[in-house]
Design a protein around this ligand. Structure first.
Ligand code: EZ4
Ligand code: CO
Length: 412
């Protein structure tokens, strides 16, 4: 069997997605997600100009060899653009292999280790009553674990927090929250880590008083603390028994987590911006974290994500793959298959795709009573409606960025 063509499809049903579609001489097709929030067209160009021409006539069955060819053969390694492009090829080839075998991908990865994947949802509010309403509505929708983000007194819009008065139900359109905003330039938000650190423990105290001790709660620090600030927050949150504290420090310095770890038993999750296992090397080997947050789309695909999970498992570290709406339904399906098959699955982040996204990407995966399942269609279980996709052309959209009051550009 041979690859006869590969097409890059950029579509924007409420947000931008980049999809690779590989076609074989037997007519079987496979899909891969190459979406890189705010830098979508760079990956599309990388694929179109430098990868698609190399795929012609290759054997689609040779997934690992093709991955190594694209990774090693380029000379230039790693980085989000490269790894998103390679990820899309890897996913599409696994999709093809599953369709040819007539098996859902998770069966090719060893079969199901569980009946479903526990998902966490995203509650937020600018006030405690709004936050409580948001938590309640997520519970009503079935979520059994909830990420809690709030506004900070004295600051305006805070990343990850729905604007006051906006819909807070998980099933509503939440693109005011989901971070990329349409427009030619990113918006600017003001940030103050000290104000944030003073406020967050009081919020978790209030949430525990309202909802009791059992509900698993998560929090995302979005890489905005120094190591000692993160250590202080982790320690302050210990009484509230977090499921995890996410991205407490910037991504580049693995040893920062060592300092945090020395001070707190709050479980730590990190890695949504990581591209390869090397970004996790120190923190896994030295047991500085509890959950790996890599996303299949930005980590080079299914093949390396499975290897990461297996490496992490040797240290009792679990998965918590990144799952915002900038992972397309193709990427989400891919990591659900991995999550179902690995023994050390931890939890899956989930934001429901918008109605328009679900028209463009028809997916077999389901969310029922708080649990996700990839479904039993062969391959990934996602079909792309190309005419529908063509009706939603690319629109510029960017993540906001943060500055301190004196204008200093802040870490993400
Ligand atoms: O900032 O998906 O845990 N989830 C997150 C997300 C990410 C965006 C980046 O594109 O942190 O909101
Ligand atoms: Co995050």
């Amino acid at each position: 069997m041979r690859i006869t063509r590969a097409d890059v499809i950029v579509t924007s049903p409420s947000r931008n997605f980049v999809t690779l579609k590989i076609t074989t001489d037997s007519g079987v097709t496979g899909l891969g997600d190459a979406t890189l929030n705010g830098r979508e067209l760079a990956v599309a160009a990388y694929l179109r100009d430098h990868v698609v021409p190399l795929l012609a006539d290759r054997d689609p069955a040779r997934i690992e060899d093709t991955w190594q060819f694209l990774y090693r053969g380029a000379y230039w390694r790693r980085g989000p653009v490269t790894m998103a492009a390679i990820a899309a090829v890897d996913m599409a080839l696994w999709d093809i292999k599953g369709k040819i075998a007539n098996l859902p991908l998770y069966q090719l990865l060893g079969g199901a280790c569980r009946t479903g994947l526990r998902a966490y949802g995203h509650a937020s509010g600018t006030t405690l009553p709004e936050l409580f309403d948001s938590i309640r509505s997520h519970m009503a929708e079935g979520y059994t674990a909830i990420r809690v983000q709030t506004a900070v007194p004295g600051l305006g819009a805070v990343y990850g927090v729905v604007a006051s008065g906006a819909p807070t139900r998980a099933s509503d359109q939440r693109y005011d929250y989901d971070p990329a905003q349409r427009g030619a330039r990113p918006t600017e938000e003001e940030w103050d880590t000290s104000a944030y650190l003073r406020h967050v423990p009081a919020v978790f105290d209030a949430v525990r008083r309202e909802f009791g001790g059992e509900l698993p709660l998560l929090h995302d620090g979005h890489h905005r603390m120094t190591p000692i600030q993160a250590a202080r927050l982790g320690k302050a949150l210990e009484p509230y028994d977090l499921f995890w504290l996410e991205d407490c420090t910037p991504a580049e310095n693995q040893d920062a987590l060592r300092l945090v770890r020395q001070h707190t038993t709050t479980p730590l999750a990190i890695g949504e911006v990581f591209n390869t296992v090397w970004d996790f090397q120190t923190m896994i080997r030295d047991q500085l974290i509890d959950y790996v947050r890599a996303a299949v789309t930005h980590f080079g695909g299914i093949s390396p994500l499975k290897k990461l999970a297996d490496y992490a498992a040797q240290y009792q570290i679990k998965s918590g793959f990144h799952g915002p709406t900038d992972i397309s339904p193709v990427g989400m399906a891919a990591q659900l298959h991995v999550g179902l098959a690995i023994h050390n699955f931890g939890i899956q982040e989930y934001m429901p795709p918008s109605a328009a996204t679900s028209v463009v990407f028809q997916h077999a995966f389901t969310f029922t009573d708080g649990y996700l399942h990839p479904g039993d269609k062969p391959g990934l279980g996602v079909e792309l409606d190309e005419p529908a996709a063509a009706g939603f052309p690319y629109e510029q959209a960017y993540l906001p960025y943060a500055r301190l009051r004196d204008g200093t550009m802040h870490d993400w």
